[in-house]
Design a protein. Structure first.
Length: 159
């Protein structure tokens, strides 16, 4: 499928945003690569690039400061829904995230939001299971020293 339109769907807060300014750089059956500017002005970072791993339920983003220096890698656990009729991809953020810093430090964040979403029945049992499996997969990749594999698609394009 040729993706023409991207949407970012969040559970907390509940919203779905058309990522109309994101530029799709490359796509194949395994991944979709974009570059983007922040939706709302941020002091920490201004732009970045993302690789959506369509089979793995992971989105890896490189976030850059205004001066072009790398701030961090932000890994979202997500689910994908495609609409063949309009060529859209809706990416639902399943809340659990992993932040990897250039010096190798790592943080797993927003698990409290994931618990809240489950308690408030905002996510399904299937989404929770998928989230935990994808998070485990991502952490295994990082712990085994293979995070560069996830970055290689962005690096190859100079993003």
């Amino acid at each position: 499928m040729n993706i023409k339109t991207l949407y970012r769907k969040r559970i907390i807060p509940s919203e779905c945003i058309h990522l109309k300014d994101d530029i799709i750089v490359e796509q194949n059956k395994e991944c979709l690569i974009t570059k983007w500017e922040t939706l709302n002005p941020k002091t920490e970072f201004s732009h970045g690039s993302s690789c959506y791993f369509l089979q793995e339920g992971i989105k890896v983003s490189k976030m850059y400061r205004q001066d072009g220096s790398l701030l961090r890698f932000y890994c979202d656990i997500v689910e994908f829904e495609t609409d063949e009729t309009d060529g859209s991809l809706t990416v639902t953020d399943l809340l659990a995230d992993v932040i990897v810093y250039p010096d190798g430090r790592m943080e797993v964040v927003d698990l409290d939001e994931l618990a809240e979403a489950m308690e408030r029945d905002l996510i399904t049992k299937k989404q929770m299971s998928s989230c935990l499996r994808s998070l485990n997969h991502l952490l295994s990749v990082i712990y085994r020293g293979n995070f560069n594999r996830l970055l290689s698609c962005l690096d190859r394009l100079g993003l």
